[in-house]
Design a protein around this ligand. Structure first.
Ligand SMILES: [Ca+2]
Ligand SMILES: [Ca+2]
Length: 317
């Protein structure tokens, strides 16, 4: 790619960044309602689940194919070697098996949060889908901003050090659309209390920084091609490492690192160059919220299961 073309691509990416389909991506989100969770979860290990590492993405268009990998197994030294991590030993590990169907998840661990306003979004522990056991969290997320709904926990993430590893299973009923949506948010007290968000836009997984609307990857064709698109109707294992001290992000989908979802020290065109326009970004994460927030109209029925946080990589099984 010659330089002028690259510049044009980057300009296009900047224009595309967030809410591009409607411009309704509100920036009024403020802090969540009081989150008063205490204690640690007591869920038990879901030891018999199997890794669905063979997930294939059928690709609904020319854009994102599957998990574009930059296999970095050689650097994957944080994984345990053989010894399965016991769920009960983790700072947060939620399989939803101990909560009745139709109810919110354990109120000792999770607060139901609908920041700013409430609409049609709802959530409950449900038995219609499960990654482990017989239950998961079902979210019926509406298509407007106020239709958002989340579960939130503060105790686990604030008790971790700078290296925050997360793992969760996500099942989307429909493919991610073109418009911007969020299914995971993390309040960042070092960024004005705004959220670090994980969700989708341009049909692929992406991060969005609420404070300045930066996206990871940049939503250029090259950036989009370097991310991944969860196949609808099946469970996808998503893992992340957020290094608060370094301001770095690493992301794995079904055990494979996704090149488009990496922030490192090196600004990479189409990937993390836009993100690093705020070079001093070093998050201090105050909570973790799973749910649905939509800025351009897409509604979604989605399920979460086997949510976990730890100071070391957790893995998909
Ligand atoms: Ca479960
Ligand atoms: Ca980079």
């Amino acid at each position: 790619m010659n330089l002028s073309l690259q510049t044009a691509t980057l300009a296009a990416a900047a224009l595309l960044a967030c809410g591009g389909t409607s411009g309704t991506d509100t920036e009024t989100h403020t802090t969540t309602t009081a989150l008063t969770t205490t204690g640690t979860p007591t869920t038990t290990a879901d030891a018999t689940t199997t890794s669905d590492a063979t997930t294939t993405d059928t690709g609904t268009g020319p854009d994102p194919t599957t998990v574009t990998t930059t296999a970095t197994d050689s650097t994957d030294t944080t994984s345990t070697t053989g010894a399965a991590i016991t769920c009960a030993d983790l700072p947060l590990c939620e399989d939803f098996e101990d909560s009745p169907e139709g109810a919110p998840p354990d109120p000792a661990v999770w607060t139901v949060a609908a920041p700013n306003c409430m609409g049609t979004g709802k959530l409950a522990v449900a038995g219609d889908q499960a990654h482990s056991g017989a239950r998961s969290l079902r979210v019926d997320g509406g298509g407007g901003y106020c239709d958002h709904i989340f579960i939130a926990n503060t105790a686990a993430i604030t008790g971790l050090g700078d290296q925050i590893y997360g793992r969760f299973y996500l099942r989307l009923t429909d493919a991610l659309g073109q418009g911007h949506v969020t299914f995971l948010t993390l309040k960042d007290s070092a960024d004005g209390g705004k959220d670090l968000r994980m969700g989708g836009q341009s049909t692929i997984l992406m991060y969005n920084r609420e404070s300045d609307d930066a996206t990871l990857p940049a939503l250029s064709p090259a950036g989009i091609a370097m991310s991944a698109a969860p196949a609808p109707g099946q469970w996808t294992c998503i893992e992340f490492l957020i290094d608060e001290a370094a301001g770095h992000i690493t992301t794995w989908v079904d055990d494979v690192e996704v090149a488009g979802l990496r922030v490192d020290g090196e600004p990479t065109p189409d990937l993390d160059q836009q993100w690093l326009n705020k070079p001093d970004w070093k998050p201090q994460l105050e909570d973790i919220k799973f749910g649905w927030e939509s800025y351009a109209g897409q509604s979604m029925v989605l399920h979460f299961d086997d949510l976990a946080l730890a100071g070391a990589r957790i893995g998909c099984d």
